[in-house]
Write a protein that binds this ligand. Structure first.
Ligand SMILES: Nc1ncnc2c1ncn2[C@@H]1O[C@H](COP(=O)(O)OP(=O)(O)OP(=O)(O)O)[C@@H](O)[C@H]1O
Length: 218
């Protein structure tokens, strides 16, 4: 279980903390969603949970083990907003192997299978994929590392209805195996898949109940 306890982030340059007293718990194989307007601190929270920034105070634990930024960088998986803009590989297999040249082919295939891209040739160019397929590839890139927590920043941004439905169906499947934490300015269709929800407002996190706006095909 992920435990975030009383986390604060207050860079010296800002008069008030960007995150203050943030606490949450997320069970394994659950999907949590954090909803907040622009500037509420969503990306900052994901940066801290993925070890790219360090909190000023508070703890991040997996079960009862304290996790340092090093642990979080190694164990977590962060999918940025518009991840396709950061693709570097010229083929699917190159993209999946970036930074992990020795990773076994079986694990790459398993990750592609999990996101519904196993039918594609491993030599396909990531740039030739549809928008929805590119988002799913970005998920697979993180899944090959088998993260304890998969974090996604606005995963459905810029996708049309049909691509969003594909992605939601993949997220629904992924949460049977992994823990997922999503941040978004609007729960939208993600509400139908989420098990837990919080609102982030000016760096303060509170549990919330979200009403599903649309049914998602499983
Ligand atoms: N290291 C930093 N130093 C100073 N200010 C910062 C720092 N990091 C973030 N901020 C500020 O903290 C606030 C929250 O930023 P953040 O990007 O986390 O919000 P967000 O909810 O993800 O917004 P958006 O949805 O627009 O991406 C913003 O006002 C931002 O300018």
């Amino acid at each position: 279980m992920l435990r975030v306890q009383n986390l604060a982030y207050h860079p010296a340059a800002t008069p008030i903390p960007i995150l203050d007293g943030v606490s949450l718990e997320l069970e394994p194989k659950q999907m949590g969603i954090i909803i907040g307007p622009s500037g509420s601190g969503k990306s900052t929270l994901l940066e801290i949970l993925s070890g790219l920034a360090k909190q000023t105070s508070g703890a991040i634990k997996w079960r009862d083990q304290d996790l340092t930024p090093d642990d979080l960088r190694q164990m977590g998986g962060l999918v940025f907003q518009f991840p396709e803009r950061h693709f570097c590989g010229s083929t699917l297999i190159e993209e999946l192997r970036l930074g992990h040249p020795d990773i076994k082919r079986e694990r790459l295939n398993a990750a592609l299978e999990e996101v519904g891209l196993a039918h594609l040739s491993s030599q396909t160019s990531p740039r030739s994929l549809s928008g929805g397929q590119q988002r799913r590839l970005a998920l697979a890139v993180q899944l090959v590392r088998q993260p304890f927590l998969l974090m996604l920043d606005e995963p459905t941004a810029g996708l049309d209805w049909s691509m969003r439905q594909q992605l939601l169906s993949v997220l629904r499947k992924l949460k049977t195996e992994w823990s997922l934490l999503i941040v978004s300015h609007d729960a939208g269709e993600l509400a139908a898949v989420a098990d837990r929800a919080w609102t982030l407002d000016h760096g303060h996190l509170t549990p919330t109940v979200i009403a599903p706006t649309a049914k998602v095909e499983s």
